[in-house]
Design a protein around this ligand. Structure first.
Ligand code: SF4
Ligand code: SF4
Length: 719
C-alpha cells in the first residue's frame, strides 16, 4: 500500500511541476505582448453575459455541435472528461484506502452508472475522431483536408492517450469489482462489470495486483496527459474558457477594432513612431489576448475549410496564420522573455530569429508571406467557425495596418483607390456632383439635405459610393428610391455631402485615411440631425456602409440607427405598403453578402422579400446563411488583382448557377458587381444560360411592384 502511495504522489508532484513550469512560461510569454485593458474591463462588467457564454460555448459546445458528427464526438469526449474527474478522485482515494468512496456520493449506484456511461461515451468519441482523421488524412487529401498543416502526429498521440485513460480506468474498476472494493453496487457500472467478467477467471490474487497496477497506470496516464496537454495544441482544454471569456462580444465579426498602442487608443496626431506600435509588425505587438488566441488554437482546421481564399488555391489559410504566429512566438520566446542585458548574451540564432520580419517573402525570411495577408476578404467565415473564438481578422488586419502605415508595403493596384479616397472621397475619383446623377433618372424629386433633416422625414438614405457612381449599383439605388416613394416613405439624401465611409481604406489597413473619412462623415451625419435618439434612421443599401456606419462609427462617437434596405423593404411589404402581386415565374437563388449576413446576422429580410414575390421559387445554394461563400470583394479585395488560384467570384457564380436559378439575387453592390462579372464571363464563354441575371433584391421587388402598377393601369384602361 505504502509503495503505491509513494509512487502515486511522486508521479503527481513531478507532473504538476513540469506542467506548472510550462504554464508559468506560457503566461509570461503572453504578458510580454501589448496590454489589452479593454478586454478585462469588458469581461469584468458583463458577468451575466460571460456566464451565459461559458455555459453555451464551453459547456454547451454550441459551435462545435454545428458540425454534427465531429461536434458530437467532441462533446462526448469533453463531457466525459468532466464526469471522469470523479473517477480520478476515486483513483487518488484508492491509493490510500482500497475501499475509498467519495464523501457525500458514497456508494450511490447512479454515479457508478453515469461514470461508465461517460467513459464509454469518450471511447465512442475517440473512435469517431479516429475515423474522421483517417478519412481526412492530409497526406492523401492535400488541401481538401482541414488537417492540412496541423500537427497530426501530436493529435494521434493524444487520441491514444485518451484511449489509455479509459482502458486503464475500466481495468482497475473491473479488478476492483472482483476484489470486492468497488465503491458502487455490481452491475450499475456496466462497462466495468463487463471487464470484471473477463478478468474474474484470473482469481482474487491476480485481480488484486491488476487493481493496484492499473490504478497507478491510470494516474500515470492522466498525469502524462496533463504534461502533454501543456506542451501541445491540447492546451485549449484549459485555455478555451479563458479565450472565450476575453473574446470580443458578441463575436469577432462586424467592426474592426480601433488601433491601440500600449493599451490606449492610438491618436494619430500625437502618436510617437519610436514608442507607439502601429498594427502588428512584430509578434510582440500582439496583445496578451492575441497570444491567448495562438495558444488556444486546436488545429481543427474548421476555419481553413470555410476560407474562400484557401478554397480557391490562395496561399492564405487562417489556421496556418495562427500556427505560424504561434510557432514564431514560441521560437522567439527566449528573446521576448529576456531583459535588455540578457538579450546581448543570447545565442546568435535566437537573435537572428528575433529580427525576422513578421510579414515578408521567403527571400526576406518573413514569418508570413505578404500574399497571405493580402488574400483575405475579411469574410469572417473563419471567425464564425472557430470553436474557441479566435479572432483571425483582427490579426490579419493588424498586420495589414503595419504594412500600410509603417512599411508602405501593399499591393500597388490599391494606390489609386487610396489616392481617390483621400482626394475625392470615393474610390473611383469621380467628382462629388456626380453623386446625384441617378436622381435625374427618376420621375419624382429626391430631397437633398443642405442642413438638418426635416421634422417630417424619417429616413436618411445613405447611397454609398457604388450606389451613386457605379452603373449596376445605381439601378439598385433607383429601385430602393422608387419603392420608398411608392410606399410613401419620406426620405432624403446627402448628395455631394456624402463621402466614402472609409471601409475600403480600413479593410486595407489604412486606418489613417479611414479615420479621416469617418470623422468627416460623422460630422455631416450629426449636422443632418440623424443621431441615435433623434427618431431618424439611416438606410444603407450597401452591406459595407451598413456595417461601417452602424458598427464602426460608434467607436468614433457616431451613433446612428442604421437599417439595411432589405430590412426596411421587408417591413413595408409586411405592412402592406408595398404589394408585389404579379406572377414572375422565376427561380431565384440568394447570395448572402458577408457584411450583411455573417457579420451582422441579417439573413431573413432578403429571403422574406424573395418569398413575397408571386410565382417565384427560391432555391438556396449549398453554402448559405452563416456558411455563405464570399463573392471575393470584401477586405478591399474589390480593388486588388486576383493572381493566384481560381477566382472567388467565379467559384461562387458556379455554385449559384448550379441551382438552376434564373436570377442570382443579392443585397450589396459589391456582390452584385463581382457575381455579375463572373456570370457575364461565363455567358460569354457559353458556360451559363444567357438569360441568367444578377441583381439586387430591391430590383426584383420594384419589377413586381411596377408589373402590378402596369397591370392596374391596363385594367383601368380596359374599364
Ligand atoms: S476572413 Fe475569410 S478570407 Fe479572411 S482568413 Fe477568414 S475565412 Fe479566409
Ligand atoms: S483557429 Fe479555430 S477553427 Fe482554426 S484551427 Fe484553430 S481552433 Fe480550429
Amino acid at each position: 500500500m505504502i509503495v503505491r502511495v509513494i509512487v502515486g504522489l511522486v508521479l503527481t508532484v513531478v507532473a504538476f511541476a513540469v506542467a506548472g513550469r510550462r504554464l508559468w512560461w506560457l503566461q509570461r510569454l503572453a504578458l510580454s505582448g501589448q496590454p489589452a485593458p479593454e478586454r478585462i474591463e469588458y469581461a469584468r462588467t458583463h458577468a451575466a453575459t460571460d456566464l451565459k457564454t461559458q455555459l453555451t460555448e464551453v459547456i454547451g459546445q454550441r459551435k462545435l455541435l454545428k458540425w454534427s458528427v465531429p461536434g458530437a464526438a467532441h462533446a462526448a469526449t469533453f463531457w466525459g472528461f468532466l464526469v471522469l474527474m470523479l473517477t480520478i478522485l476515486e483513483a487518488y482515494g484508492a491509493l490510500f484506502s482500497r475501499t475509498f468512496a467519495i464523501p457525500v456520493i458514497g456508494h450511490w449506484a447512479v454515479v457508478g452508472f453515469i461514470e461508465d456511461l461517460f467513459a464509454t461515451g469518450v471511447l465512442a468519441g475517440i473512435s469517431t475522431f479516429t475515423v474522421i482523421r483517417l478519412r481526412n488524412d492530409p497526406h492523401k487529401k492535400g488541401r481538401a483536408s482541414r488537417f492540412q498543416g496541423s500537427h497530426t502526429r501530436a493529435a494521434w498521440v493524444v487520441l491514444w492517450m485518451i484511449g489509455a485513460v479509459i482502458v486503464t480506468l475500466l481495468v482497475y474498476r473491473g479488478a476492483q469489482q472482483n476484489t470486492g472494493v468497488f465503491p458502487y453496487p455490481d452491475g450499475w457500472a456496466f462497462a466495468s462489470w463487463v471487464v470484471a467478467r473477463v478478468l474474474r477467471p484470473l482469481g482474487y490474487g491476480v485481480n488484486s495486483v491488476l487493481e493496484a497496477v492499473f490504478i497507478l497506470l491510470q494516474l500515470g496516464v492522466v498525469l502524462a496527459f496533463l504534461v502533454i496537454v501543456s506542451y501541445s495544441k491540447h492546451l485549449h482544454i484549459g485555455l478555451a474558457p479563458l479565450n472565450v471569456l476575453f473574446s470580443r462580444r458578441p463575436n469577432g465579426l462586424g467592426p474592426l477594432q480601433l488601433m491601440r498602442s500600449n493599451g490606449k487608443v492610438l491618436d494619430f496626431e500625437e502618436a510617437d513612431p519610436d514608442t507607439d506600435t502601429f498594427g502588428i509588425g512584430k509578434v510582440e505587438d500582439l496583445t496578451w489576448k492575441g497570444f491567448l488566441d495562438l495558444g488556444t488554437c486546436t488545429e481543427c482546421g474548421r476555419c481553413q475549410s470555410q476560407c474562400p481564399a484557401w478554397a480557391t488555391g490562395k496561399p492564405l489559410s487562417p489556421k496556418q496564420v495562427i500556427l505560424d504566429l504561434r510557432d514564431h512566438a514560441f521560437a522567439k520566446a527566449p528573446y521576448l522573455l529576456a531583459t535588455e542585458d540578457q538579450r546581448v548574451t543570447l545565442a546568435p540564432d535566437i537573435l537572428e530569429l528575433a529580427q525576422r520580419p513578421l510579414v515578408g517573402t521567403a527571400e526576406e525570411n518573413g514569418v508570413i508571406d505578404p500574399d497571405v495577408i493580402w488574400s483575405c476578404t475579411n469574410c469572417g467565415a473563419c471567425v464564425e467557425e472557430c470553436p474557441v473564438d479566435i479572432e483571425h481578422i483582427d490579426h490579419i488586419n493588424g498586420m495589414r495596418r503595419h504594412q500600410v502605415l509603417v512599411e508602405s508595403a501593399f499591393p500597388a493596384e490599391a494606390t489609386t483607390m487610396l489616392n481617390n479616397l483621400e482626394r475625392r472621397g470615393n474610390p473611383w475619383g469621380s467628382p462629388a456632383d456626380k453623386r446625384l446623377e441617378w436622381t435625374t433618372e427618376l420621375d419624382f424629386e429626391v430631397p437633398v439635405l443642405d442642413e438638418t433633416i426635416p421634422e417630417d422625414t424619417e429616413y436618411l438614405f445613405w447611397v454609398g459610393c457604388a450606389g451613386a457612381l457605379e452603373d449596376r449599383a445605381k439601378k439598385t439605388t433607383k429601385a430602393v428610391a422608387e419603392l420608398l416613394h411608392a410606399a410613401g416613405v419620406k426620405f432624403a439624401v446627402l448628395g455631394p455631402r456624402e463621402t466614402c465611409t472609409g471601409d475600403p481604406a480600413r479593410r486595407l489597413g489604412n486606418e489613417f485615411v479611414y479615420t479621416m473619412l469617418a470623422q468627416q462623415n460623422i460630422e455631416t451625419l450629426n449636422e443632418a440631425g440623424v443621431g441615435k435618439g433623434s427618431g431618424k434612421k439611416v438606410i444603407a443599401s450597401c452591406a459595407h456602409c451598413f456595417n461601417t456606419i452602424g458598427r464602426e462609427y460608434p467607436q468614433l462617437g457616431g451613433d446612428y440607427e442604421v437599417v439595411h434596405h432589405t430590412e426596411l423593404l421587408a417591413k413595408l411589404v409586411e405592412d402592406g405598403k408595398i404589394s408585389p402581386v404579379n406572377e414572375a415565374d422565376q427561380k431565384v437563388t440568394y447570395h448572402d453578402p458577408c457584411f450583411l449576413g455573417r457579420h451582422n446576422k441579417v439573413f431573413a429580410p432578403p429571403r422574406e422579400l424573395i418569398g413575397a414575390l408571386p410565382g417565384t421559387a427560391a432555391q438556396e445554394m449549398e453554402r448559405s446563411g452563416n456558411r455563405s461563400f464570399c463573392c471575393g470583394a470584401g477586405g478591399a479585395r474589390m480593388w486588388l488583382e486576383e493572381r493566384t488560384g481560381d477566382r472567388i467570384n467565379d467559384t461562387r457564380a458556379t455554385e449559384a448557377l448550379g441551382t438552376g436559378a434564373d436570377v442570382i439575387a443579392t443585397a450589396c453592390p459589391f456582390c452584385n458587381v463581382m457575381l455579375g462579372d463572373a456570370v457575364n464571363a461565363k455567358q460569354a464563354a457559353g458556360q451559363a444560360r444567357p438569360n441568367v441575371e444578377v441583381i439586387d433584391v430591391a430590383q426584383l421587388l420594384v419589377r413586381a411592384v411596377k408589373l402590378r402598377e402596369g397591370a392596374a393601369q391596363d385594367a383601368a384602361a380596359g374599364a
